[in-house]
Design a protein around this ligand. Structure first.
Ligand code: FES
Length: 651
C-alpha cells in the first residue's frame, strides 16, 4: 500500500507539496519551491529558518535560538521540525531567502539594487519516490517519471532531454526508484518553439537536493571573472579571476578580431576563451571543494566580440561598417558543447547584446544597477579598453560605446600594467619638492603602473604645475625627476633601486598623451550621448561606475583630468563588476533573467564612430581637464588656487 502523504502548504507563497510523515520541514519547503533562509545549512544553530505553524501537527523541540514566547506562538525552526500531519506554514519575511539575498546584493551594489524580484533560480531540483513497476503497472520508466512529476508538482508540460532518457533506467533502479530530477524553467524567449513550461535536464539516483550550484561568468577582454553560486542558500560559494588567455593575441577587441581572420585564428581564440573559463572553474572548485557534477546551470555575460569568439562565431563584421553583430540573442546551448568542463546537463544562458560594441556585459550590468526600474535619470559607465555608456531610466535607455583604447588597463603606456600586485595604484606628489609618494597593490615594490595610478599621477603632475594643461612638461623645474628620456621628456616615478624590475619607472609625454586621448574619448562619448537625448551631465541623478577599473578610480582625480564630469560627488556610485553581478543575479532569479531580455530590447544604440558631434567633442576634450574650463568649475577653482600658492611660494 502506498505510504500516506501529508499536504504541506506554505504562505504567503501559496505553494504546497506532499510529504511522508517524519519529513523534515525545511526539505519539504525546498520540495515545494519555497526558498527559506538556512544559513547554518540545517544544523540548527543560526535560527534563520524560523517559520510559524498555523495549523497541523509537527514534532520540534525548543532550542536556544527560539524564545519561549516564540515557541508558544507556534514559531519553529524549519530545519528541526518533522511533519506529522497536514500542515499550514507561514514563512515570515525575515526567513525568506530572497530577503537575505536581496539585502546582500543591496550592500554589494552600494545602496542601489533591482526591486520586486523573487529568489527563484532557473534550475530547481525535485525529489521523487517512484512506485516500483509491477506486472500490472509496467509502464515505461519515462512515463512513470512524468506521471510522478505531474502528480507531485505544478509542472504539466515538460520537455525531456535525450541524455536524461539515456540515464533514466539505471538512475531509477540504483536507489530503489528514488530519484532527483533537475528542471530548467525559462520563458519561451529562451526556448522558442518548444511550448514546454520546463525542461528536464538531469536525473540522478537518490536525493541530491542538498547540492545545487550555478556558475556565473563574466568574459572580459582582459580577465575572466567567475563565481560558484549555492542555489539552495543564495550565496556565493567561491569567487575567482584569471586572465583571458586570448590576451597574448592582442590587448583589445579589434586586435582579437584581426587575429580571428588569420587561418585557424578563430578556432584558436575560441579555445583560449574556453581554456580561460576552465581555468577559473578549476580554481573555484578547488577553493570551494564543490564537485563539478553538482553544477546545474551556467550564466554568462561578455562583450559582443568576446561572446562571438567563445561561440566560435566569426566576429569579422563587428568591426566593419555598418558594425553588425552576428546575433544579439544567443539561444540556449549546452555549456559542454563549447568545451566548458561541466556536466552535459548544464545549459549556458547568455546575456543578449545590443550592438557590436554594447554587449551582454552591459545589459547584465544594468540589472544590479536597477535603474531600469526607476524614474531617476541615470548615467551608467563601464570603463575598460572600450568605454560603454548607458543613459536612461525605467522608460527609455540609450547606449553607446567609445573606443578608449587600452590605456586604462595599462596598454600603450611604457610601464603600464593591469591592476595586479606590484602595480602603482595611487600617487601623490609633494607640492614643494615634487617628490612622489606611491602606493602599490599588495604593498610590493613597484613593477609598473595601472590605470588608477596613471590617472592619479597625471592629476598630481597637473596640480603641481609639473605638466601643463596640454600634458607637456614645464621647463626649468627644480627637480631631477623630470628629465629628457629616449621618448622625450619624462617624470621618474620610482628609481630603479626601489623597483622590482631594476629599471627607473617613468611616465613619458607619450604616455600622458595616450591617456589624454583615452579620457577624451570617454568624456566625448558621455557628452555626445547625453546631448543626443537633450540632457546635460548635471541633469543626472546618479552616475554609476562599473568595472574593475571603475571600482578603483579616485573620483576627484578623474574629474581633475577631465575623465568624469564635474558634478556633485555624491552622485557617483561604484558597483564593481556589474557584468558578473548581473550574471549572478540571473542565476538566483528567473525574474531578473527575464528583466535582462527586457533591458536588451529597451536599449537604443547610438553609433559614435562616424558622429560629427562626437569628433568635435573629442577634439575639445584633448586638454586637461578640457578646453572649455567652465565645464569643470571646481577644477578651475582648485587649479587657480594652487597656481596662486605656487606664485606666492616662489616655486
Ligand atoms: S538552518 Fe540554521 S537553524 Fe535552521
Amino acid at each position: 500500500m502506498a505510504e500516506k502523504k501529508f499536504r504541506v502548504h506554505f504562505a504567503p507563497h501559496d505553494l504546497e507539496t506532499y510529504a511522508a510523515g517524519g519529513t523534515n520541514l525545511l526539505e519539504a519547503a525546498r520540495a515545494a519551491g519555497v526558498p527559506i533562509h538556512a544559513s547554518c545549512g540545517g544544523v540548527g544553530v543560526c535560527g534563520t529558518c524560523k517559520v510559524r505553524i498555523e495549523k497541523g501537527q509537527v514534532e520540534s523541540s525548543r532550542t536556544r535560538v527560539l524564545s519561549e514566547a516564540e515557541y508558544d506562538q507556534g514559531v519553529r525552526q524549519a530545519c528541526q521540525t518533522q511533519i506529522l500531519s497536514d500542515v499550514d506554514v507561514f514563512v515570515p519575511i525575515e526567513s525568506r531567502l530572497e530577503q537575505a539575498v536581496l539585502a546582500r546584493e543591496k550592500k554589494q551594489a552600494a545602496g542601489i539594487a533591482p526591486i520586486g524580484w523573487r529568489f527563484k533560480p532557473p534550475v530547481s531540483k525535485l525529489y521523487l519516490e517512484l512506485p516500483a513497476p509491477t506486472i500490472d503497472d509496467n509502464t515505461s520508466d519515462l512515463s512513470r517519471l512524468l506521471r510522478e512529476i505531474r502528480s507531485s508538482s505544478t509542472h504539466g508540460n515538460l520537455q525531456v532531454d535525450f541524455a536524461v532518457i539515456r540515464k533514466l533506467p539505471e538512475a531509477c533502479r540504483r536507489d530503489n526508484w528514488k530519484v532527483t530530477v533537475t528542471l530548467l524553467t525559462l520563458s519561451k524567449d529562451f526556448n522558442p518553439g518548444s511550448g514546454a513550461e520546463a525542461r528536464i535536464v538531469d536525473v540522478e539516483p537518490g536525493d541530491t537536493r542538498a547540492v545545487n550550484y550555478a556558475l556565473a561568468i563574466d568574459v572580459g577582454t582582459t580577465t575572466v571573472c567567475a563565481q560558484l553560486l549555492d542555489l539552495n542558500r543564495g550565496e556565493i560559494a567561491a569567487d575567482n579571476i584569471v586572465f583571458n588567455k586570448q590576451i597574448s593575441y592582442g590587448a583589445d577587441v579589434i586586435s582579437r578580431i584581426a587575429y580571428s581572420q588569420k587561418p585557424g585564428g578563430l578556432l584558436k581564440l575560441q579555445r583560449e576563451a574556453v581554456a580561460s573559463i576552465n581555468e577559473v572553474l578549476a580554481k573555484l572548485l578547488d577553493q570551494s571543494q564543490i564537485g563539478r557534477k553538482d553544477i546545474a546551470l551556467a550564466t554568462l555575460a561578455g562583450n559582443t566580440t568576446m561572446t562571438q569568439l567563445l561561440l566560435g562565431v566569426n566576429p569579422k563584421y563587428v568591426r566593419l561598417a555598418p558594425y553588425t553583430p552576428a546575433l544579439n540573442f544567443v539561444p540556449l546551448l549546452q555549456a559542454s558543447s563549447l568545451g566548458i568542463q561541466v556536466p552535459e546537463s548544464v545549459y549556458l544562458v547568455t546575456f543578449p547584446a545590443v550592438s557590436s560594441y554594447v554587449g551582454g556585459d552591459i545589459v547584465s550590468g544594468v540589472i544590479p544597477a536597477g535603474f531600469y526600474q526607476r524614474n531617476k535619470l541615470t548615467f551608467y559607465m563601464d570603463i575598460g579598453t572600450n568605454g560603454e555608456i548607458v543613459i536612461g531610466n525605467c522608460d527609455w535607455m540609450v547606449t553607446a560605446s567609445c573606443s578608449a583604447g587600452p590605456a586604462f588597463e595599462g596598454g600603450g603606456i611604457k610601464f603600464g600594467m593591469v591592476a595586479v600586485n606590484g602595480a602603482i595604484q595611487d600617487f601623490e606628489i609633494d607640492q614643494l619638492t615634487l617628490e612622489p609618494i606611491i602606493d602599490t597593490i599588495g604593498g610590493e615594490k613597484p613593477k609598473g603602473i595601472c590605470g588608477s595610478g596613471l590617472i592619479n599621477a597625471i592629476a598630481g603632475l597637473l596640480e603641481t604645475g609639473v605638466i601643463g594643461q596640454n600634458g607637456k612638461f614645464e621647463a626649468g623645474l627644480a627637480t631631477d625627476r623630470v628629465r629628457r628620456g629616449e621618448d622625450g621628456y619624462e617624470y621618474v616615478i620610482a628609481w630603479a633601486a626601489d623597483t622590482q624590475i631594476g629599471k627607473d619607472i617613468v611616465l613619458t609625454e607619450v604616455d600622458i598623451d595616450n591617456l589624454i586621448r583615452a579620457k577624451a574619448a570617454m568624456y566625448a562619448g558621455c557628452h555626445t550621448l547625453a546631448r543626443s537625448v537633450g540632457v546635460q551631465c548635471r541633469d543626472f541623478d546618479h552616475i554609476i561606475l562599473a568595472g574593475n577599473f571603475g571600482n578603483s578610480v579616485d573620483i576627484e582625480k578623474a574629474i581633475t583630468i577631465g575623465l568624469l564630469p564635474d558634478v556633485p560627488r555624491e552622485k557617483f556610485i561604484f558597483i564593481g563588476n556589474g557584468s558578473l553581478s548581473g550574471a549572478r543575479l540571473a542565476a538566483f532569479s528567473s525574474d531578473l533573467l527575464e528583466d535582462a531580455l527586457k533591458v536588451g530590447r529597451m536599449m537604443t544604440n547610438i553609433e559614435l564612430s562616424d558622429n560629427l558631434d562626437f569628433n568635435h567633442n573629442y577634439v575639445a576634450a584633448l586638454f586637461l581637464p578640457h578646453t572649455e574650463t567652465e565645464a569643470f568649475p571646481s577644477v578651475k577653482e582648485k587649479m587657480d588656487r594652487l597656481a596662486l600658492s605656487r606664485r606666492k611660494g616662489g616655486t
